[in-house]
Design a protein around this ligand. Structure first.
Ligand code: DGJ
Length: 726
C-alpha cells in the first residue's frame, strides 16, 4: 500500500486503482510527483516533464522563481509565490520559513485526530498511514504531514500537525492539503454553490490563469459554498474523464480552489480560511489541521461520488445508526409552525402512526417564551401553556401510539430577551466596542469557552435523561458575526472561530457518546451546514428548507456529488408547496423523498383518503427498499441541471436489486422518446421488472435503455428490477 523506494527517495501511496507519489529531492525538499491511475512502473527524475525538470536544474530551490516546482508542502518566503500550505510569523518578526525533509514513518491503520472529526478504519481494513517529518531548522518548527491510504476504498486522507519547539510563533494559515499538478492545461473547477433553500447546485468553471476558488468566512460551512471542490478534465462527465475531489471534514470557515501558473501548473488547495485566523503557538504548542479527503477517479464524477458515499457511510458516520435502518419520521414544522399545543401534536402523531410512520418530531416553539422567532432560545424548559404535561407527558402519549418521540433544539444560540442572556451577557460571540449584530433576532453563544459548552452539555443531558427522547434535530440558524470572545485575551482572538468549532465538536462528541440510542440529525436553516464534519457526529442532515419535490431533485442531486443519500433528510410536505407554491402529486413527493432519510412534514389529518393510502404504500416501499437507496451504489443518469428529467439509479450491494427513479420537473407535449441508459448492471444477467413478467437483459438496459416519455406533468416513476436467479 505505502512504499518508500530508498534509492529514488520516492513514496508511493497505492490504493486499489490509484497512486499518489512524492519524492525527496536532493535529500532535502519534498516534491509532489504524481496523482492518478495506479502506476505499475517506478517514477524517475525525467517523469517530471521538461519544464519542471528544467526548473529544478536551473533554479536553486531557495532562490530565483520556483513557481513551477511541484512542492508537496510549501511555506512562504522561498521564491515560491503561490498560495502557501502554511504561513508563520516568528518572534523575530520574520515570516520566512524553509522546511526540509527529516524522515518518515509508516504505521498500520489510522490514528484519530485529536478533537476533530475524521474518517477512521476498522479491524481488517487495508489502511496505512504515512507521516512525513519536515523541519524548519532555523526557527525550530516541526511539520508532520499525515497521509492515510484507504486501499479498498480508493481514497487518501490528509492532515498536518505543526509543532513549535522554538520561541512563541503565530500561525497565520494552515491548509489541510495543497497538491501541485503540472501539465494541466484544460482543467475545470467544480463546486457546489447555492443559497438558502437552493443549496448545492453544481457549478463548473474553466480554470484560468491566477487564483480561483470558494470560501466561507461565515464561521460555518455554509449554504453559499460547500467545503468541496473537484478538478476535472474539461470533458469529464458522470462516466468518463479524470476527476480529483477534495473535501474538508470541517464545519467552520474554509477556503478551497486552484491557482494556475502560466506554465499549466496548478496548485489545488483546501483548508481553514485564513481570514480572522491566527493561532498562537507557544514553545511546545501544536496545531492540527482538519482532515481533507482526496479521491481520484479516472471514470468521471459518478465513480468519485460512489467512493465518497461508501467511505462516509461506513468510515465517517459512526454509532448505532450507521448501519441500522433509521426512522421514518413526521415533523410538525411545516404542519403548524409555531402554532401548536400538546393535543395538536398528538393528533398529527395519531394519524401518522396509522400510515406506519414511527417517530413524531416536535420542532421549534416548545420551550419558554418561544411563541415566534423573537425569543426563547437558550431557555430550554417547556412552555407549560403548550405542553401542560411537559416533555415527559407528551413523550408518553406519543410512545403510547407505538411511536418514538423526537425534539428540536438550537443549542448554539440565544435570544437577548432570555434568562440565559440576562445571566450571562458575556456568553455570546462579540467584540468589545461593537454592537453584536442579530440575525433572526438571535445571538451566537460563545462555544470557544469551555464553561458555555459544559452548560449546554448539562442542559441537554438533563432533558434527554428526563423524557424519553429518541431523536434530536440540532438546528443552527445564523452565521457568526463580531466573532470575538470575552474569555480569550487580545492575542488569542484569532483563534476564536476555530475554537468555536472545536467546542461544538466536543459538545457533540460528549452528547452522542452519552446518548448512543438517540438519533441526531443536523440542520442549519435547512442544509447550510451539510458537511463531513457534522456527519461524523450526526449521520444525517436536513438537506434543505425547500421541501418542494421539483426543487429537491436538484438539491439532492447536487448534494450527492459528495454526500450519500443515506445522509440526506428528505420529507413529503403539503401542496401548494410553502416555499415555491408548486403543486406536485403525492406520489412524486414520496418518490423524491424516499431516496433520502424518508419522512413527512405536514398534517396528515388534512390529507385525502387517497393521499393517506399513497403515504402508507410509500412507507411500506421505503421499508423494503431503503437499504438499496442508502447502501447501494448510486448512478446519476440524467441531470436536472441539464434537462427537465432527473434519473438516478441505485444498485443494491449484492447487485440483485436495481431501483431506477425518474422524475420530471416539466412536461413536454408530444415529447420525444427518451432512453435512459442504466449503469452498473451485470450485462450477462436478466432483470425482471418487479410485479410483471417482463424482463430485460442487463446489456439491453445499459445499451438501449429504459424507454421514457415525458408528456405528463408530475411524471414520477420508481422502477424496480430484480436480477433473475440462474
Ligand atoms: C430552520 C430549519 O431548517 C427548519 O426545518 C425549522 O426547524 C426551523 N429552523 C425552526 O425554527
Amino acid at each position: 500500500m505505502i512504499k518508500f523506494d530508498k534509492e529514488s527517495g520516492i513514496f508511493y501511496l497505492n490504493t486499489k486503482s490509484t497512486t499518489y507519489a512524492m519524492g525527496v529531492w536532493n535529500g532535502e525538499k519534498l516534491l509532489h510527483r504524481y496523482w492518478g491511475k495506479r502506476l505499475v512502473n517506478p517514477l524517475n527524475k525525467t517523469d517530471l516533464g521538461d519544464y519542471v525538470a528544467r526548473g529544478f536544474e536551473a533554479v536553486d530551490l531557495q532562490g530565483g522563481n520556483s513557481d513551477i516546482v511541484p512542492f508537496e508542502y510549501s511555506t512562504f518566503g522561498n521564491a515560491d509565490m503561490r498560495i502557501p500550505s502554511a504561513e508563520f510569523r516568528f518572534s523575530d518578526g520574520s515570516r520566512v520559513s524553509n522546511l526540509t525533509y527529516k524522515g518518515y514513518e509508516i504505521t498500520d491503520g489510522k490514528p484519530a485526530l485529536e478533537g476533530l472529526p475524521a474518517t477512521y478504519c476498522e479491524e481488517g481494513d487495508k489502511v496505512e498511514t504515512l507521516t512525513i517529518h519536515l523541519e524548519d531548522t532555523y526557527q525550530n518548527v516541526d511539520v508532520f504531514l499525515s497521509y492515510s491510504v484507504f486501499e479498498d476504498f480508493d481514497a487518501i486522507t490528509r492532515s498536518t500537525k505543526i509543532v513549535n519547539r522554538g520561541e512563541r510563533l503565530l500561525l497565520d494559515s494552515a491548509m489541510s492539503a495543497t497538491v501541485d499538478f503540472y501539465g494541466s492545461p484544460d482543467r475545470e473547477l467544480l463546486h457546489l454553490d447555492g443559497a438558502w433553500m437552493r443549496e448545492r447546485s453544481i457549478v463548473r468553471q474553466p480554470i484560468v490563469a491566477g487564483n480561483q476558488g470558494i470560501n466561507s468566512r461565515y464561521g460555518c460551512s455554509n449554504m453559499f459554498h460547500n467545503p468541496f471542490i473537484a478538478l476535472c478534465d474539461k470533458n469529464a462527465d458522470e462516466t468518463t474523464g479524470d476527476v480529483y475531489g477534495f473535501n474538508l471534514v470541517y464545519s467552520g470557515n474554509f477556503t478551497a480552489g486552484a491557482e494556475k501558473n502560466p506554465f499549466n501548473g496548478l496548485r489545488a488547495y483546501i483548508g481553514i480560511n485564513s481570514t480572522n485566523f491566527q493561532f498562537v503557538l507557544e514553545n511546545g504548542g501544536s496545531f492540527r489541521t482538519p482532515e481533507a479527503v482526496m479521491v481520484y477517479s479516472s471514470k468521471g464524477l459518478g465513480e468519485m461520488s460512489r467512493i465518497y458515499h461508501k467511505l462516509y457511510r461506513t468510515r465517517l458516520c459512526r454509532g448505532k445508526f450507521r448501519d441500522t435502518e433509521r426512522f421514518v419520521l413526521i415533523n410538525n414544522w411545516e404542519a403548524t409552525y409555531f402554532d401548536f399545543n400538546e393535543d395538536k401534536i398528538v393528533a398529527i402523531a395519531e394519524k401518522a402512526s396509522k400510515v406506519g410512520i414511527d417517530t413524531m418530531v416536535l420542532d421549534d416553539g416548545w420551550f419558554s417564551s418561544r411563541i415566534d422567532d423573537t425569543n426563547g432560545l437558550g431557555d430550554w424548559y417547556e412552555n407549560r401553556d403548550r405542553l401542560p404535561n411537559g416533555l415527559e407527558g407528551l413523550a408518553k402519549r406519543i410512545n403510547a401510539l407505538g411511536m418514538r418521540f423526537g425534539l428540536w433544539f438550537e443549542p448554539e444560540m440565544v435570544n437577548p430577551g432570555t434568562e440565559l442572556y440576562k445571566n450571562h451577557p458575556d456568553w455570546i460571540l462579540h467584540t468589545k466596542g461593537r454592537k453584536p449584530s442579530q440575525a433572526r433576532n438571535q445571538l451566537t453563544l460563545d462555544y470557544s469557552r469551555d464553561d458555555v459548552c459544559d452548560y449546554i452539555i448539562d442542559t441537554l443531558s438533563g432533558i434527554l435523561s428526563r423524557a424519553n427522547i429518541e431523536y434530536i434535530k440540532w438546528d443552527m440558524n445564523r452565521c457568526m458575526s463580531e466573532p470575538g470572545s470575552a474569555f480569550w485575551d487580545g492575542e488569542h482572538q484569532g483563534e476564536v472561530m476555530h475554537r468555536y468549532i472545536l467546542g461544538l465538536y466536543r459538545v457533540l462528541e460528549t452528547l452522542t457518546q452519552r446518548f448512543p440510542n438517540v438519533l441526531f440529525e443536523s440542520c442549519s436553516s435547512g442544509g447550510s451546514r451539510f458537511d463531513a464534519g457534522m456527519l461524523y457526529y450526526m449521520p444525517q442532515t436536513w438537506t434543505s428548507d425547500d421541501s418542494d419535490a421539483v426543487e429537491r431533485l436538484k438539491i439532492q442531486y447536487g448534494t450527492s456529488v459528495v454526500y450519500p443519500f443515506s445522509s440526506m433528510g428528505a420529507h413529503v410536505s403539503a401542496v401548494p408547496n410553502h416555499q415555491v407554491g408548486r403543486i406536485t402529486s403525492f406520489d412524486m413527493r414520496c418518490n423524491v423523498a424516499m431516496a433520502g432519510q424518508f419522512g413527512f412534514e405536514l398534517d396528515l389529518n388534512k390529507c385525502t383518503e387517497e393521499e393517506l393510502k399513497t403515504a402508507e404504500r410509500a412507507v411500506k416501499t421505503y421499508r423494503e427498499l431503503g437499504e438499496v437507496f442508502h447502501k447501494g451504489d448510486c448512478y446519476r443518469l440524467k441531470s436536472p441541471f441539464e434537462s427537465d428529467i432527473c434519473a438516478i439509479e441505485f444498485v443494491s450491494e449484492d447487485k440483485n436489486t436495481v431501483i431506477l427513479t425518474v422524475n420530471c420537473s416539466k412536461a413536454m407535449p408530444n415529447s420525444p422518446d427518451e432512453y435512459i441508459l442504466l449503469d452498473g448492471l451485470d450485462e450477462t444477467a436478466v432483470y425482471t421488472l418487479d410485479g410483471t413478467d417482463k424482463s430485460f437483459g442487463g446489456d439491453y438496459l445499459m445499451n438501449i435503455g429504459w424507454h421514457f416519455v415525458n408528456d405528463r406533468e408530475n411524471q414520477s416513476e420508481l422502477i424496480l428490477f430484480k436480477k433473475q436467479k440462474l
